[in-house]
Ligand binder design. Structure first.
Ligand code: ATP
Length: 586
């Protein structure tokens, strides 16, 4: 496929925020693709070269791109720099530079998708001394033959700023439309959820059809998207929802890990599918020592522990380890962790995602020997409220957040990537009326005044509307920041700054600064109210109104383990509002 054709499709995608329209544009594109290169097309459309969980990423420094643009176009460095300051978008700068560039020469060779992809791949893979020159040379090779539109998207890709706003689920819809039918969509989504690899799903579907998709299984080395829990405010409601009986487990407050084990080798993935193996060598060691079989995929929560008292410590202690390369050994000694295993989705060649939870738990317990460092989550089965309340108190006493109820029904399968009522969380916050936290996305900011002059005074926060794939504003957040956090915010947000509101943000309010939805903060509100100025759940509770979180406070916890699309959804906020209302009424 010619890269120019792909660039024209990207131009079209960029013009629309409608999920339906994006789906139809992508389906037309996929249908024309060669099965052999479809995976490359899918990754590039999402601004990637590989699935999310691959460590290698594109992200060439902007200044290297600008230098290469100057080399390839003959335009002076200073002029390009000036354009960069004005536009702030590597794509637009490249497009403008190339629009005035000399015509392609007789010797230029049209760019194919494969040629662009292969050079980008080499750029991402070059490391070490001299790699900057190598990267620039590889980039120049393709830019020399690029049109203005091609240069625009190559420049965005190579710097990691592709941002077409195509959600993974839109690609799933488009694959169904292109190669299967509406009824097959869920099977395609499942294949993505268990493999986290849209390229692989696309290629399998294109080459071997929907039956091959239905037969896809979890694989060691390919992380699944995590199964998530719904929430309910009381054991009564949980038991009713679970059909009178359920398994209850301690809800540990730590870091979720997915361990992939084969022939003595262990790889750990986070909930966001990052490779955590190097950050938790002690967990790898503990699992190795207690595993009795050949291969498995299991899940557990890593929790910091005080070695002197044996008590579990708050999550914040383990967050010191994340992203840490230097002094890791000190961090391991200062913040040792225990892993509490709670699920097993694959064991010695058998995919267990379609088996009920009690069988998976049994398999888990047979596959590991309980040790000091690697344990199983505390679990009991209850069919009465009093028992659950007692167990809940024990969980709090032992330093946990509350309980996770898990269905023991015959259909209690592992639903990768989905939030449903097969797992229900019951946390201490639900007991007092409006102290439950929500995870909100930063979409804008307001200039500070007085003591905050020169900094942000408040952030504009949003929930995620997963039906429409947009972010809806819900409050202005200015409390709960200490001075150091506040001072660090502009730098933290700089990479996500935009000239105008992001097309996926729905806001009735103006902001002084706009951001690409990316940073997720945990926020505690006093209550949820109807609000005509915010757009969360707009028109659902009352005509011409949305919902707002009142008196929001930052809890101090950056949810960098969550993607913006994993933030609290608008629907969840609406449910929290309705629950709160019922309580007030009663
Ligand atoms: P929260 O914000 O309430 O911590 P969340 O939005 O991060 O939750 P949820 O799906 O709502 O994610 O809650 C499930 C999380 O609880 C899991 O991702 C996991 O990290 C953690 N957890 C702790 N103990 C357990 C357990 N026994 N079983 C399953 N998950 C557990």
């Amino acid at each position: 496929m010619q890269f120019q054709d792909l660039a024209m499709v990207y131009e079209e995608l960029e013009k629309t925020a409608s999920r339906l329209e994006m789906t139809s544009i992508l389906a037309t594109l996929f249908k024309q693709a060669d099965c052999k290169t479809l995976h490359r097309m899918i990754y590039l459309t999402q601004g990637q070269l590989y699935p999310d969980f691959y460590p290698q990423k594109l992200g060439m420094a902007d200044r290297l791109l600008l230098k290469t643009l100057s080399m390839s176009s003959g335009m002076k460095d200073d002029d390009i720099q000036e354009l960069w300051l004005k536009e702030g978008d590597p794509g637009i700068v490249a497009q403008k530079v190339f629009a005035v560039k000399k015509q392609r020469t007789l010797f230029s060779e049209a760019l194919t998708l494969d040629r662009v992809y292969e050079n980008l791949e080499k750029i991402a893979g070059s490391e070490g001394s001299g790699s900057q020159d190598v990267k620039m040379k590889l980039l120049a090779e393709i830019l020399n033959d690029a049109s203005a539109e091609e240069a625009k998207f190559i420049s965005r890709m190579v710097t990691g700023h592709m941002r077409l706003g195509v959600a993974a689920m839109t690609v799933v819809d488009a694959l169904a439309l292109a190669f299967a039918s509406k009824e097959d969509r869920d099977a395609i989504e499942r294949a993505f959820n268990i493999s986290s690899d849209l390229g692989k799903v696309g290629e399998t579907l294109c080459r071997n059809g929907i039956d091959a998709i239905r037969q896809m299984q979890v694989e060691v080395g390919s992380p699944m998207r995590a199964m998530l829990a719904e929430r309910l405010p009381s054991p009564q409601e949980i038991l009713v929802r679970m059909g009178g009986k359920a398994a209850f487990e301690y809800k540990y407050d730590g870091v979720r890990v997915q361990a992939h084990i084969r022939d003595g080798k262990i790889q750990l993935f986070s909930r966001r599918l990052e490779d955590l193996t190097e950050q938790f060598p002690d967990v790898v060691k503990a699992l190795k020592a207690s595993f009795r079989m050949k291969s498995a995929i299991v899940e557990g929560e890593c929790v910091p522990v005080d070695l002197n008292t044996g008590e579990l410590l708050p999550f914040q202690e383990v967050s010191h380890r994340r992203g840490r390369k230097h002094g890791l050994q000190d961090a391991i000694e200062d913040y040792p962790v225990r892993v509490f295993l709670f699920d097993c989705v694959y064991l010695d060649g058998k995919d267990m995602t379609q088996m009920p939870y009690p069988e998976r738990r049994k398999a888990l317990e047979s596959a590991f020997e309980k040790t000091e460092e690697a344990r199983f989550s505390e679990m009991r089965i209850y069919d009465n409220v009093d028992g659950v309340e007692e167990f809940f108190k024990e969980a709090l006493k032992d330093g946990c957040e509350g309980l996770m109820a898990k269905s023991v029904d015959e259909n209690s399968f592992y639903r990768a990537g989905s939030r449903g009522f097969l797992w229900i969380k019951y946390k201490k916050e639900y007991r007092s009326e409006m102290t439950d936290t929500v995870d909100l996305v930063v979409v804008g900011a307001y200039a500070g005044r007085g003591r905050r002059a020169g900094n942000y005074g408040a952030l504009l926060m949003a929930t995620y509307n997963d039906q429409e794939d947009v972010f809806e504003t819900v409050c202005k957040l200015g409390s709960g920041f200490d001075d150091a956090t506040l001072a660090a915010l502009p730098q933290k947000l700089e990479a996500h700054k935009l000239k105008e509101k992001h097309p996926k943000v729905v806001s009735k309010m103006e902001a002084d600064y706009w951001f690409e939805p990316s940073m997720v903060l945990e926020v505690l509100g006093a209550e949820i109210t109807v609000s005509p100025i915010h757009t969360t759940a707009y028109g659902l509770v009352r005509k011409d109104s949305g919902l707002a979180v009142r008196f929001p406070r930052f809890t101090g916890r950056f949810r960098d383990d969550k993607e913006p699309r994993e933030a609290t959804t608008s629907k969840e906020l609406e449910q929290m509002y309705s629950k709160q209302l019922k309580k007030v009424e009663s």
